[in-house]
Ligand binder design. Structure first.
Ligand SMILES: Nc1ncnc2c1ncn2[C@@H]1O[C@H](COP(=O)(O)OP(=O)(O)OP(=O)(O)O)[C@@H](O)[C@H]1O
Ligand SMILES: [Mg+2]
Length: 235
């Protein structure tokens, strides 16, 4: 077990955004959490990332409870996030955006090698490396956000709605990248409203509704589940 979330509850004042959420992810898996707007998906990732504090529950990382640790500590432990809406630094260059992902590392030579490797893998980022990141398209910014998150060399990558606002062709490209990331040895926890893509790429999935996990199972099986089809796959 790489990560286990146990009875996690998170509130925003009086709003109960997560209620007793429990799930686990093994090393090497791609696990998806799907759910409609407001289900609590981003809250879940932001809490794992140390940006929100749970009211109760545990986040076990290799058997240590990391709930309540700071965002920086969480990155140092090996968990990083590409947030919803990318959150790139629009006024900074593409290169600077990538470099900042390595802020917890000190192995400068290796950092430079990683940057070069990602620039070769994503030629569009290489072409634009000295341009302001805010000038890139949504799909390019999504790739940049993922690369920035990978620069901390995470063991677990958290992806919040990587397909949001992108065209089908670009979504395909992003999802191909997610498969590659897992093949390269990084475990992935993905949250999506786009249940079809998320169930396609993942091994297992959880359905989150109104802050609670209501269904879970193998993604291939959930994709055939009548309830899931009706509520999340458009029939
Ligand atoms: N900063 C906040 N203050 C108050 N309520 C919030 C805040 N952020 C989220 N919420 C509420 O918490 C609930 C869960 O929100 P969250 O953003 O986690 O949902 P989500 O599943 O990521 O939705 P989406 O698919 O729209 O991104 C919603 O009811 C939302 O209105
Ligand atoms: Mg969200």
């Amino acid at each position: 077990m790489l990560l286990a979330v146990e009875n996690l509850s998170v509130n925003y004042g009086a709003i109960k955004a997560l209620r007793d959420v429990s799930f686990a992810i093994d090393e090497g898996e791609i696990v998806a959490v799907v759910g409609h707007n407001g289900a609590g998906k981003s809250t879940l990732l932001r809490t794992i990332s140390g940006l929100l504090k749970p009211v109760h529950g545990a986040i076990l990382w290799k058997d240590t409870n990391i709930a309540g640790k700071s965002a920086e500590q969480v990155v140092r432990l090996g968990i990083s996030q590409a947030p919803e809406g990318r959150q790139i630094f629009a006024e900074s260059s593409v290169y600077e955006n990538i470099e900042i992902g390595a802020y917890v590392r000190h192995d400068n030579e290796e950092i430079q090698k990683d940057i070069q490797r990602y620039l070769e893998r994503f030629p569009i980022l290489k072409e634009r490396k000295n341009q302001k990141a805010g000038l890139m398209s949504g799909g390019e910014q999504q790739m940049l956000a993922i690369v920035r998150a990978l620069m901390s060399r995470p063991k677990l990558l958290l992806l919040d709605e990587p397909s949001l606002g992108l065209s089908p062709v670009i979504i395909k490209e992003v999802y191909k990248t997610i498969s590659e990331i897992r093949k390269a040895g990084t475990t992935v926890l993905l949250v999506e409203q786009n249940a079809k893509k998320a169930l396609d790429v993942s091994d297992r999935a959880y359905v989150l509704a109104n802050g609670e996990i209501v269904l879970s199972g193998l993604s291939a099986e959930l994709a055939q589940n009548q309830e899931v089809k009706k509520a999340y796959l458009g029939g």
